[in-house]
Design a protein around this ligand. Sequence first.
Ligand SMILES: Cc1cc2nc3c(=O)[nH]c(=O)nc-3n(C[C@H](O)[C@H](O)[C@H](O)COP(=O)(O)OP(=O)(O)OC[C@H]3O[C@@H](n4cnc5c(N)ncnc54)[C@H](O)[C@@H]3O)c2cc1C
Ligand SMILES: Cc1cc2nc3c(=O)[nH]c(=O)nc-3n(C[C@H](O)[C@H](O)[C@H](O)COP(=O)(O)O)c2cc1C
Length: 783
Amino acid sequence: MKIAIIGGGPAGLYAAILLKKQRPAAEITVYERNRADDTFGFGVVFSDATLDNFEKYDPPSYRRITQEFAYWDDIAVHFRGTVHRVGGNGFCGCSRRKLLLILQERARELGVSLQFEAEIDNEKRFAGADLIILADGINSRFRDKHADHFQPEVDIRSNYFAWMGSTKPLDAFTFIFQETEWGPFIAHAYQYEAGRSTWIFETDPRTFERAGLKGLDEKQSADRMAEMFGWFLGGHQLLTNRSMWRNFPMIRSQRWVKDNMVLLGDAKATAHFSIGSGTKLAMEDAIALAEAMERTPTIAAALQLYEHGRREEVEKTQHAADVSLVWFEHVDRFWEFDPVQFAFGVMTRSKAITYDNLSLRAPDFVTEVDKAFAKQVRDKGFDVDAEKPLAPMFQPMRLREMEIKNRAVVSPMCMYSAEEGMPTDFHLVHYGSRAIGGAGLIFTEMTCVGRDARITPGCAGLWNDEQEAAWKRIVDFVHANSAAKFALQLGHAGRKGATRLMWEGIDRPLEQGGWDVISASPIPYFPDSQVPREMDRAAMETVKKAFVAAAERGERCGFDMLELHCAHGYLLASFVSPLTNRRTDEYGGSLQNRLRFPLEVFEAMRAAWPAHKPMSVRISATDWAEGGITGDDAVGIARAFAEAGVDLVDVSTGQTVRDAQPIYGRMFQTPFSDQVRNEARVATMCVGNITTADQVNTILAAGRADLVALGRPHLVDPAFTMKAAAWYGAEEVFCPSQYLPGKEQIFRNSVRDRQDFEDLKIKAKPKTRAELKAEATKPLAAE
Ligand SMILES: Cc1cc2nc3c(=O)[nH]c(=O)nc-3n(C[C@H](O)[C@H](O)[C@H](O)COP(=O)(O)OP(=O)(O)OC[C@H]3O[C@@H](n4cnc5c(N)ncnc54)[C@H](O)[C@@H]3O)c2cc1C
Ligand SMILES: Cc1cc2nc3c(=O)[nH]c(=O)nc-3n(C[C@H](O)[C@H](O)[C@H](O)COP(=O)(O)O)c2cc1C
């Protein structure tokens, strides 16, 4: 078998090693345009888990690599004169040059032919090869040459970065966030061998311009950086090696395989340097390819298996890298944060590390985070213990005069169980049990402001006296038997009206018994949905009056808070999104125009709703669709509502158009809450695939939302908050007298359960290489 590998970086060399081990008779040649020891960059970093993989697949190179490594456990965050260190991270650094020399030596030993200074410009010269591996890096000529087939997407990110080195020793993975007269600069730095560290400097385009970095050569930029970070470098040099300022390209390829050619490493997909995974991905690609070649009878089958088997893992890492790079691009959002909260945000930015996870490995740090959070709550006039603080989830909050005992919220959820809009005993039990379950705030389902405002025949409403009396009974029960506050969500279905119950075909038009529907523009949801009537001014007045009347009824029912539903493609949302609003009058066109009617409705309700009671608005912060609402629009929407008197923005997403492409995942809508909260400076509630109290605490402590709503988790567990309170020892959680023995038991058991869980976690966690090395080199204690 003949294998040609274009590119002698980590991907190409490691693939050569693994394939040669597998097929000693194969003729494998690596073609590298540079000389053997002529490599750009300084260090690379691997996690312990990646090294475990290397140990499994090629012990000799693993041993040589690890002999050369610098190990560390801590991440240190320097911000506004403070340093926060968090241990237990298990990282190792190595010089890129040494890594490549080790891989070259190992490849040679095995009989791989290495050809340096061999620039390949046409794969046709390998016509006789059975397999051609394209490992030619980030600017892959071959990916671009066959772009029609591989379909790469290249997203050039806005921040500038430059990769430099230094003689400065470091004992932690170090992030330095540096305030300058031009704006924020960030250094990502780590040691990779004695007396050598990698320094990646990063800044946003405005700061880059203002600092006058444009057009400077390597030496001049290194001098500027040395000046800026001189206080930390303490006289150590900054070194350069092709250290030009660049913008990071996020690359994704639709296809990785063409005939007998396969893309590996950066050529196929990149991951931002802030999660240090580029070399890991490149070498693990090589592992995946070798595994696929082992398992299948033909090269064609192996390449298919490689692509299909590996894609999910690569995309997961890319997603984490995306989330991380966006955090760095928007670091100015958090610049005013308390330093410990800021450091917590750095640690938890890409979702892999959480509040509970940090509580295990850095308990003192988390206590500090809790204290800072509790102090902010104290500063708002609450008498909370800031010395022995409760977890953020159990810190109270105030909106106007409404006080909420904790930050867990039951998200609005249609129950499709009303008759002619009348809530039933099902609703009494449903809301009653969730209120007793301990959430600080519960929302009604979307409650419709008129018969024709309903989504389905099962939707609840508040347009007549009977409904008002039925809701009052539920509100009274909640107030009499729980400490929960109760918010009424009012909405109008718009073009999604006259559709079937959720379990009979969500958003599908009713076959019979439907009613006429209205919207901003006459665009049906599905092609076979009813075409809505475009609202004229008279229709707008009628709808506005219906909202106001329902708000007044809500006040008489005793609701504590009112939410206007402007999300998910319903009537008011249909005005906000350009995808559903094609109007040419003053209610269409610019965002300001599209917001006009929703704001009119909001303002009319605000005037009717008591001044001491808060109001929120639910928005879709993105349509997840080309040409639709984006996170930046959401900031504008939130600002407009805040000016009109909104107290909280409930940040949801999507459901505007049926061909949207949402990117789901844990806490997938939280970045939008983060953006709205920290750019528009308005309180937010986030929601969406948040399933654990650990996630709730992570989001709150990082300042990404003020309240956290959970929908589906509450459908199966009304006592979600009570259970979390027991876990975190938040005794204050309300429990009605009838249920006190249950509370006592779960609190008692939780102390033991938590201890067992933590012991297990600690026992199950293998020692990091840094810990093992420290143990091995510890001097023996004197007898
Ligand atoms: C600033 C920065 C910091 C980084 N930090 C880290 C880090 O800390 N940890 C980490 O793991 N990764 C890091 N990376 C990423 C890492 O460098 C890459 O992800 C990794 O090197 C990818 O390996 P590769 O083999 O796919 O590509 P490369 O290492 O780029 O190798 C491709 C090789 O192909 C050769 N080549 C290209 N075209 C041809 C041709 N036509 N003919 C012959 N040869 C050719 C090139 O000379 C090169 O040697 C960082 C990247 C950047 C930019
Ligand atoms: C059965 C069901 C009904 C829902 N009804 C509403 C609703 O009436 N109003 C609303 O704003 N969102 C509604 N939603 C969306 C939820 O409030 C929430 O945003 C969504 O379920 C994501 O949160 P989760 O992952 O915690 O479930 C509903 C969701 C579900 C599952």
